[in-house]
Structures are given as C-alpha cells and as structure tokens.
Design a protein around this ligand. Structure first.
Ligand code: AGP
Length: 365
C-alpha cells in the first residue's frame, strides 16, 4: 500500500499531484494546432454534427460539475444548446428529436447506476449516446454508440480529483471538435482555445508548487463553523465542486453558491466563522463577484480569493494566483480548492481516502 502511494500519505494527495501528468495524457496526440482542430477518433455519421439541436450531459456528483463546466464550453465554442441533468433525475422528454440530440454520459468509473439508468433511457428513446469515462471496458462503454476516454490513470481516493480535471479537459476538446464540425468555431479561435488547453498541465503545476500557502490557510480556518464557495460562469461549477470536496473528506459543512445568490439568502448564515472562498479569475467574472464577497466581508467573513496572475487583489484576506489560461482558469483554481479540502481534512485527521458512508463507485440507484 505504502509503495502504491509513491511516498504520499494518501492517494488523494498523490492524485492531486498527478494532475499535470494526467492532463498531458488526456491531451496526448489529440491536438492539431496547425489545423486548429482535434482528433478524437469518434464515429459521428456524416452530417450529424451540423444537424445537432441539443447536447444533453448526464452525470452525478463531481462528474455533474464537470458536465456543467463543459455545457458552457459547448455553448460557447460549438453554438449548440447544451443542458446538464443529474442522472437520477433524467428523462428523455420534451418533444426532442432523438436524431438531433446527443446524450453524453460523464462518469469516471463507468459503473454509476444512476448514470447508466439515464443513458439507457436516452438510448431507449433513440438518441445517439456517447460515454466520457476513465475506465476501459466499463459498463457505460458497452451501452453507448461512442466512447471518449479521459485517460487520467487510475484514481483510488474516493474523492475525485484528477478525473475532474481530465473530464473538463476532454470535454473542452469535444467542444472544439463539435464547433469545428458545425463551422461555428474559426481556425484562429480554435487555436486560441487549444493554446490555453495546452497550458493547463504547466498552470496546474504552478498551483501545486504553492501548496505550502494552502496548508497555512487551511490551518487558519480550522475553527470555522462552515465554509462557503462562490463563483460565476465557469467559477460556479468549481464553487460547487470545491464545497463537495471539502464536505466529503473533512465532514465540515460546506456549500457552493452562484456568487450572485449570496445576497438572496445564504448571507444570513455569514459570520466571522464562515470563510468564503471565491473564484475571481478570468472566465468567472471576478470583478462582479468581488462585490458579493465584500458583503460577506462586512459581516466579518474571511475572504479567500483565487485570482488571475498579476490581477488586482483588493481587500482579500488571502489571494491565491493562477496562471493565465483564459476560460480554463477556474479549472486551475479548483486545484487550490482540492488542496484546501485535503489539508483541512488532514489537519483534522480524517479518513481521507475512504470517507465515512461513501463508496468510490455507486452501483445502486
Ligand atoms: C466525488 O468526489 C464523489 N466521489 C462522487 O460525487 C462521484 O463523482 C460520483 O459518484 C460520480 O461517479 P462517477 O464519475 O464514477 O460516475
């Protein structure tokens, strides 16, 4: 066991640190910068992408948040309506044309019963289906028309970390493929996106190199009553994911909100013992979120913000920086949240790799 952890005390920390390698694997051989395109080896029928009306993503937990990130990327790059549904709530309905609807199951394990149930309902209605998974030979790969592997490598910790990064990155490549296929993404714009995607492994490494600061912040927050995570646009799913990670492994009360929603209710819970962690980078409309954060600071809440490299940090109690990679900066900011969750849980001596009541793959509906 100790050897498998490669010198780390927990699989989770090992897997957080494996992210630059995981992302390189995810991208390997898939990007063609000259053409401004990607090669994903998918077998869409001739004319299929042009005729698509809607892409539906179905998933649970962390994979659901990765899907939320991806839906916005798909709408932005591919000019196609993209919706996300929690797999256990999914029905194929609403008078959709199955031929013009692509349903994507996003599941690290490929064995999540809720997600398999959703993809079966979609296939039963005649929709084309695609699996985005980390697991070769998993059930989802046998039940869908196509599979796209995220290639993150094995993930043992119950808390998903590197697979989230690889899911969003794989789906970003898919968004480029769909955008190019539909003629809605120009060569120049695709190149810009792909340049940022190629910057991800290095950007994540820079955050990992800043781990000591995160340990300090985690230590300062140990006496907190609860933790709030906020963000806009791509920062919103990252806020939800940050909160899930913390509650999962530290057992602390943590909630994620769209930053604009703080003032519509959750602000009533804010005190000097509820740190607010905010995504303020590019891709997250940080300048607007700063105003929401200020309302929490007025009530005494410590404000921890993740900002773009070199950006104004205003009155933050702690500013953590991410390198400039455009709309992927919130994905990099998420690595700070993973480290934060890990260190809060570790300082509390929690069972990090196997949190109470949870399983790595949930095979019951
Ligand atoms: C994430 O940390 C959780 N362990 C959980 O939410 C997980 O993402 C969810 O159960 C979905 O799993 P899957 O990706 O294997 O389908």
């Amino acid at each position: 066991d100790a050897a498998e952890k490669g010198g780390y005390e927990h699989y989770m920390r090992k897997e957080i640190h494996e992210q630059p390698t995981a992302l390189r694997q995810t991208l390997s051989g898939r990007i063609d910068l000259d053409r401004g395109d990607v090669d994903l080896d998918l077998s869409f029928p001739q004319g299929y992408l042009e005729s698509l009306e809607e892409i539906q993503l179905v998933a649970c937990g962390t994979s659901y948040y990765a899907s939320q990130y991806a839906a916005t990327l798909l709408e932005e790059f591919a000019d196609v309506r993209a919706t996300v549904e929690i797999a256990s709530e999914y029905e194929f309905d609403g008078g959709r044309d199955p031929w013009r609807t692509l349903v994507i199951a996003v599941t690290q394990s490929g064995e999540t019963a809720d997600t398999l149930g959703a993809i079966r309902r979609a296939a039963g209605a005649g929709a084309r289906t695609l699996a985005v998974t980390n697991t070769l030979g998993s059930t989802v790969t046998r039940e869908t028309n196509d599979t796209l592997f995220i290639r993150a490598g094995p993930e043992i910790g119950v808390a998903a970390t590197k697979t989230f990064a690889s899911q969003v990155t794989t789906l970003a490549l898919l968004a480029v493929a769909v955008g190019r296929g539909r003629g809605s993404l120009s060569t120049a714009d695709a190149r810009d996106v792909l340049e940022n995607v190629r910057g991800l492994p290095g950007a994540v490494q820079q955050v990992l190199d800043d781990e000591a600061r995160v340990t300090e912040v985690a230590n300062e927050c140990l006496g907190s009553d609860a933790f709030f995570f906020v963000g806009r646009r791509f920062g919103y799913p990252v806020a939800l994911e940050g909160a899930l990670k913390l509650k999962e492994i530290s057992y602390d009360h943590a909630e994620g909100f769209a930053a604009g929603e703080l003032k519509h209710g959750p602000l009533a819970l804010v005190t000097e013992k509820t740190p607010v962690l905010a995504v303020l980078t590019a891709g997250a409309d940080g300048s607007e979120t700063v105003n929401n954060l200020a309302e929490a600071q007025t009530r005494g809440a410590p404000a921890i913000g993740v900002v773009s490299d070199g950006a104004e940090t205003g009155s933050l109690d702690c500013a953590l920086e991410v390198p400039r990679v455009g709309v992927f900066e919130p994905l990099v900011a998420n690595v700070y949240f993973q480290l934060f969750a890990y260190h809060v849980a570790n300082l509390k001596d929690r069972s990090i790799d196997k949190p109470r009541n949870l399983a790595k793959s949930v095979t019951v509906e």
